[in-house]
Structures are given as structure tokens and as C-alpha cells.
Design a protein around this ligand. Structure first.
Ligand code: NAP
Length: 291
């Protein structure tokens, strides 16, 4: 019999890829909330993580061997204008779930973000101070802190901006960008926002590698520090698209609800020492078939 793994946020972007990677080794139970989600690779469950009692009952019923917690309000602009909802989902529910896993003494992995940093330095290590510049980052940083104080054996993985396939071929920012370039439309991308972009397949493998084997904070991202504009250039190379349609612009040219840090690239040496091996951005992009 395979060990049982609960994945919250199974209906989300990263959930789609993590389920595929986990299904060989685990009996996967995937939790969704608003977007009903089924797949032959998992037992699909409906639940709201802010309902502490039903969350506890769910864990009581399934008796999982581990939990990977991806569910979140992950749109920084949305969180900025819905602070209470962001706190309830991203902080309170995450800390409650960590507490339940601590009671059961089972591995718990929390997905955090590079946006816990202020972006003034870049190539951040796990030892660097967090100093978020928007509410989403603030709430994720607070959740990290609460989770590790409630359950010091928990694994906190800070993820960067990801790319990959979406469930049912649904559009995402990379497929939209490719579509725009294919139809000859110019696309503006920031030349002054740097991230350690990573593919969801690499990240999913990384999370599974760390689950139950590492406690504390780990940076699980790509190895290349790229601006969004440079990322666009890679996409145009891999998919053979007209790179002259890519226009470079500055963060300050676009008004957004949530302020954005300039350089939140991360050092991934610590995760690599435990066997995490992300593909290069170009190699993982090449695996994606965006028609
Ligand atoms: N995508 C990125 O580039 C990125 C970068 C850094 C960190 N992260 C982190 O990685 C994790 C996964 O991100 P993602 O891009 O996959 O997010 P996503 O596509 O926005 O999905 C969010 C997931 O959370 C679920 N959810 C939200 N509120 C819930 C609630 N009250 N109860 C139960 N489930 C709830 C959603 O379920 P329904 O849709 O069914 O309601 C959905 O499955 C998040 O923790 C995010 O902060 C993502």
C-alpha cells in the first residue's frame, strides 16, 4: 500500500503538476474549494481550509502520512485589497493546518514565496532577513513564522515565479504571451523585476524530495536569475517567436495594487544539497506544448 498524501490547492496551477509527480509514490488526496477538480490520479475532496473543524475532520478521516499545503490566495494584487481574507486563508488556515499535522506528528510542507523579501539585494539565502513590501508577502512571512513556531519539524519552501502547464490546457501567463507573439502583437515585459523562474515540474519534484526529509526553510526555485524581459526572450527562442515584438518596460510604468520588489532571486544551494535539481528554464520550457 502506498502512503497517503493530502495536497491542498490541488485545483491550482502548481497542484496540477504536483499531483502528476506524486501519483506514482503516493495515494493522493487532492483538496479543492471553488473549482471542482477530478482526476484519475487522485481522490478529490472538497473543503474550505478556513473551516478549522472540517479540516480537522478531514485529517481524522483520511489519516494521511503527509500533507503538502499549496492552497492560498496567491494573487498579490487581490491580497492587497482583501487584507482580512488574505490573513484568514494565508496565515490563520495555514497555521491551523500545521498545528493539526503537529498533533498527528506527520510531515507538513508549506509553500511560501520569494515575495517575503524586499528585493533590494537579490540571490537571497535562507539566512537573509525577510522584509516584505506587499501584504501577500507579509502574510506569507507571518505564516512561515507561525508554522515553524507551532511545528518546528515543518518544511517551508519558498517558491519563485513558476511556469508550466495548466489543467485542461487552460491559459496561463506563458501560454498567453506565446499566443500574443504568434499573432504578431507586441508584449511589454519588465526589465527591472528579477526572479529565479522555475518550471512547475522541477518544483514539484523538489517539494517531494524535501517532504519529510528536511525541516525549516528551503528555497525551491530555478537556478537562473532572470528579469521578466529576459524570460520573454527565452520563451521567444524556445518557441521560435519574433523577439522584436518583446518590448522592455519598467515596473514603474504599470500601476498595480500591490508594490513589487525589484530583485527577489534566490540562492537554492541548500535545497540542492538535499538532491533538488531544477531543469534549466530553456529545457523545461521546451517540454511544454503550447498550441
Ligand atoms: N504560481 C506562482 O508563480 C507562485 C510563486 C510563489 C509561490 N507560490 C505559492 O505556491 C502555492 C500554489 O500556488 P498556485 O499558483 O498553484 O496558486 P493558485 O493557482 O492560485 O491556486 C490556489 C489554490 O488554493 C486553493 N484555495 C484558495 N482558497 C482556499 C480555501 N479557502 N480553501 C481551500 N482551498 C483554497 C484554490 O482552490 P479553488 O481554486 O478550488 O478555490 C486553488 O487550488 C501558493 O501557496 C502560492 O502562494 C506560487
Amino acid at each position: 500500500m502506498k502512503p497517503k498524501l493530502i495536497i491542498t490547492g490541488a485545483s491550482g496551477f502548481l497542484g496540477y503538476s504536483l499531483i502528476k509527480e506524486a501519483a506514482n509514490d503516493f495515494d493522493v488526496y487532492g483538496l479543492y474549494n471553488k473549482r471542482a477538480f477530478t482526476s484519475p490520479m487522485l481522490t478529490s475532496l472538497h473543503g474550505d481550509i478556513t473551516n478549522y473543524i472540517s479540516l480537522g475532520n478531514l485529517i481524522d478521516d483520511i489519516e494521511p502520512d503527509a500533507v503538502i499545503h499549496l492552497a492560498a490566495l496567491a494573487d498579490a494584487n487581490y491580497c492587497q485589497v482583501h487584507p482580512q481574507e488574505s490573513y484568514t486563508v494565508n496565515v490563520e488556515a495555514s497555521a491551523n493546518l500545521a498545528g493539526i499535522c503537529a498533533d498527528y506528528n506527520i510531515p507538513f510542507l508549506f509553500s511560501s514565496t520569494d515575495l517575503v523579501f524586499d528585493g533590494r539585494q537579490g540571490m537571497y539565502t535562507e539566512q537573509d532577513e525577510v522584509n516584505p513590501v506587499n501584504l501577500y508577502g507579509e502574510h506569507k512571512a507571518l505564516a512561515e513564522q507561525k508554522i515553524l513556531s507551532i511545528y518546528p519539524l515543518a518544511t517551508v519552501c519558498r517558491l519563485s515565479l513558476m511556469f508550466g502547464a495548466s489543467a485542461n490546457g487552460k491559459a496561463n501567463y506563458v501560454s498567453n504571451l506565446i499566443q500574443q507573439l504568434r499573432s504578431g502583437q507586441p508584449v511589454s515585459l519588465f526589465h527591472d523585476e528579477y526572479r529565479s523562474m522555475a518550471g512547475t515540474q522541477s518544483v514539484s519534484k523538489g517539494l517531494l524530495k524535501l517532504l519529510g526529509k528536511a525541516s525549516g526553510i528551503y528555497h525551491v526555485a530555478g537556478e537562473e536569475r532572470l528579469s521578466r524581459y529576459e524570460f520573454g526572450l527565452k520563451i521567444s527562442e524556445v518557441f521560435n517567436l519574433e523577439k522584436n515584438l518583446l518590448k522592455s518596460c519598467s515596473q514603474k510604468d504599470i500601476e498595480m495594487a500591490a508594490p513589487r520588489p525589484a530583485d527577489v532571486s534566490m540562492d537554492i544551494t541548500k535545497a540542492k544539497s538535499l538532491g533538488y535539481e531544477p531543469m534549466s528554464v530553456a529545457d523545461e520550457l521546451a517540454l511544454l506544448a503550447f498550441n
